[in-house]
Design a protein around this ligand. Structure first.
Ligand SMILES: [Zn+2]
Length: 148
């Protein structure tokens, strides 16, 4: 490992370095080889832009491009919340890279070959259920290795 290119966009230089290290550990623990660069953007963004998440306070989201994954994390959140959000979104990156989750040609997603429309309930999407189950165990495991 160590070949994954991670860029963090954060206006605090120290936090920026910490997040590069944190995300690098998370990716190595998730044990995937990223086929494109990963950008973690700590920014203020509008939850309206995220499909079907209007009722949920959007902590983060993932933008999948052919040459890049962009993880957006809401600026101004406590760093512990940002850390778990990064874990959550990187779990989705893992789901995409391993082919379990993909964007459907028609609007929506494919999860293990099964189609889910954009109107499917956020809380009932299997990839979200899994990411929520796995985000805290991943966080704790990354923190063990981080700065140890
Ligand atoms: Zn999610």
């Amino acid at each position: 490992m160590g070949s994954v290119m991670i860029t963090v966009i954060h206006d605090n230089e120290r936090e920026n370095r910490n997040m590069v290290e944190f995300a690098g550990i998370a990716i190595s623990q998730l044990n995937f080889v990223a086929d494109r660069k990963i950008v973690i953007d700590i920014t203020q963004f509008d939850s309206q832009n995220s499909i079907n998440r209007t009722t949920v306070t959007t902590l983060g989201d993932l933008i999948t491009l052919p040459d890049q994954f962009t993880v957006r994390v809401q600026k101004g959140l406590p760093s512990a919340v940002q850390a778990v959000t990064i874990c959550h979104e990187l779990i989705h990156v893992h789901q995409i890279i391993t082919g379990k989750l993909s964007v459907s040609a028609i609007d929506g997603w494919l999860w293990n070959g099964e189609y889910y429309s954009t109107s499917s309930k956020y809380d009932e999407r299997p990839w979200e259920i899994l990411a929520r189950e796995q985000e805290r165990p991943l966080l704790h495991s990354v923190l063990k290795e981080y700065r140890s």
